[in-house]
Write a protein that binds this ligand. Sequence first.
Ligand SMILES: [Zn+2]
Length: 85
Amino acid sequence: MTRRTKKVLMTGRFGTRYGATLRKRVKTIELKSRSKFRCPICRVKAVKRKSSGIWECQKCGHVMTGGAWVLETAEGKRSKRILRK
Ligand SMILES: [Zn+2]
């Protein structure tokens, strides 16, 4: 497991490497991945990221696939549109 530091949040594991801008970018993405998203089945904001690309609703237990970091990516929306045709 990775060690955690409270002050710089999850980017603390990088130490001073990779530059401040890059670490900040990682932080925003990782915070996003930890936040909850709206479930398309029960419409409750209870979908949590299980692992990369796999999301589970804590309310109804529905498991769905999505983006690696956010539930619905711009890429995913595009492919859904294509599938519907
Ligand atoms: Zn649900």
